[in-house]
Design a binder for this molecule. Structure first.
Ligand code: GLC
Length: 523
């Protein structure tokens, strides 16, 4: 099977969030299938990592699941944004791509290609579209011509695939920016079996972003006759994600928990009926974690290393972190870390509201992130009042993030909704039990230590309210302050989990690709 990913992000070339990490790790992991060792047999703690909607609306295990062979190289198409590091030795080929806005109907772009990290990166270079300050927009909001920009990305990808030696079997499209590829497959490329024969798998990383295009903006994506096939007359425009989902062979989101939640009006963002109507063609596959990149035994950002069974290095990381943020390093009381985009989705406002009580109970808080101005101001005020107990570091700092995961005693992730989330997995792997809201991927990955004393890996609360977060922090801190064997076991259970792509998700995607191919044949 030849698999091609199209995405707006892929680490380390272009990343603003979890999408970039996942596309990179997934491309590497599926390309390695058949060449890697069998999954690690030391897994002691199994998480429910895959679920598909069964008949009658019941979530069940995926049908099939036999290992499928994925051919190398796996391709990843990405825009060449400003600042993308292109390695020496990359090839650069001019290409003519249909463009509904160009006077001649075509635009010249360049395809910049290189092999890296086990897959092939194929960058679409067209400075008017991608050489800008932001990937998706600027201070004034989303770029008005995103339909044209990401339409051009997808057209260029499909044109490149038409010219390749081998036809593509599966187009794996991530989030709304890649949806033009399936729309175009079905209209502009319907007469080209090399493209129209390809199965499409759509992965939704966050349903909150659906890519609205007005009719006017749609004119940048498709020619008038194509638009007529894409939208009914009289409609104002379309949501790219919605239309892509309608046309895909298979659709998944990034955890079983979120897959179940988005079938309800509270989380479905208007797409709940459409997704439920897909039946067994919709499901959830839990993201993996790159366990080589995230490993406290080798992490170069840490002042000391440690691993399961010997946590002496973690104590050193804790002292170093407390010194770095200006806290008393000899104080034994709990340190709660939190990292991320400061926005209400991530629940930073809940923390701001619960923080005073956490401080009263002796806790200290380290926040690393940037974002929402009001939230930032609230947290900053707290830090000013209690510099001994609240540190707010307003920047994007990968190395410090690693030190926060390692040096904290507890990790906070009170997101209102969370398709999968990565921080909680990293924290557990770094021996830092997580405090999470019972939602989406957080609910799938963290087990409450009070409800399940022999299986717990953290602390889970039900309502996204400051009081519920405060109670969970209270429970967590009293376990931490009690310490002893129970605490060591709690940490150890989290560290024992094998989150790697090889342990599950890579095979689940490969099996899904096979299903997508056979579904395409049936159509
Ligand atoms: C999005 C989601 C996050 C998920 C990531 C990768 O950023 O918000 O929950 O982990 O995509 O799939």
């Amino acid at each position: 099977m030849r698999v091609v990913c199209i995405s707006a992000e892929c680490e380390p070339w272009a990343k603003t969030g979890g999408l970039g990490d996942v596309v990179d790790a997934l491309a590497r992991a599926v390309a390695a299938i058949g060449e890697s060792e069998p999954p690690n047999s030391t897994v002691e703690h199994v998480v429910q990592s895959q679920v598909w909607l069964g008949t009658g609306g019941v979530m069940g295990q995926a049908p099939g699941g036999v290992m499928a062979h994925v051919e190398r190289p796996v391709d990843v198409f990405l825009p060449l944004y400003r600042g993308v590091p292109v390695p020496e030795g990359a090839t650069r080929t001019p290409m003519v791509v249909p463009d509904p806005l160009a006077p001649e109907g075509v635009t010249e772009v360049h395809l910049v290609e290189f092999d890296a990290r086990g897959y092939r990166v194929r960058l679409i270079d067209h400075p008017p579209a991608f050489d800008r300050d932001g990937y998706y927009g600027d201070d004034d909001g989303d770029y008005a011509d995103n339909g044209w920009r990401f339409g051009l990305l997808c057209r260029a990808a499909l044109e490149a695939l038409l010219d390749d030696d081998r036809p593509v079997d599966v187009l794996h499209l991530h989030d709304w920016q890649a949806m033009p590829a399936v729309l175009l497959r079905d209209v502009a490329y319907a007469g080209y079996p090399r493209i129209s024969g390809a199965a499409v798998m759509v992965t939704i990383h966050n349903l909150a972003y659906q890519g609205w295009l007005s009719r006017e903006q749609l004119a940048g994506l498709a020619a008038p006759d194509e638009i007529a096939q894409l939208v009914k007359p009289l409609t104002d425009g379309l949501l790219l994600l919605r239309e892509g989902v309608k046309r895909a062979e298979l659709v998944n989101t990034v955890s079983p928990g979120y897959a179940a939640e988005v079938l309800t009006p509270a989380f479905g963002m208007g797409m709940e009926k459409l997704l439920a109507g897909l039946g067994h063609r919709f499901g959830g596959i839990l993201n993996g974690l790159d366990t080589a990149v995230w490993d406290p035994a080798t992490d170069e950002a840490l002042p000391a290393h440690y691993s399961r069974g010997d946590l002496t290095g973690k104590a050193e990381c804790r002292r170093a972190l407390l010194t770095e943020v200006g806290f008393d390093a000899d104080d034994e009381r709990a340190v709660l870390g939190m990292i991320g985009r400061l926005d209400p989705q991530k629940g930073f406002d809940l923390l701001a509201a619960a923080a005073k009580d956490v401080l009263v109970e002796g806790g200290r808080i380290v926040v690393l992130g940037t974002g929402d101005a009001k939230l930032t101001a609230d947290l900053r005020t707290l830090a000013k009042k209690r510099p001994d107990a609240v540190a707010v570091i307003e920047r994007f700092d990968r190395a410090l993030a690693r030190r926060v995961y390692a040096g904290s005693d507890l990790y906070l992730m009170p997101s209102r909704f969370e398709p999968c989330g990565q921080g909680q997995m990293i924290a557990l792997r770094y021996g830092t039990p997580a405090i999470v809201h019972r939602t989406g991927g957080l609910a799938d990955t963290v087990v409450d230590a009070d409800a399940s004393p022999n299986e717990g890996t953290g602390f889970v609360f039900d309502a996204p309210k400051p009081a519920a977060l405060r109670d969970a922090c209270g429970r967590a801190m009293s376990h931490f302050h009690a310490g002893g064997l129970a605490w060591a076991e709690l940490q150890d259970r989290g560290m024992a989990i094998d989150w790697s792509w090889e342990a599950g998700p890579a095979d689940q995607y490969a099996a899904s690709y096979r299903r997508a191919v056979s579904l395409r044949k049936e159509r």
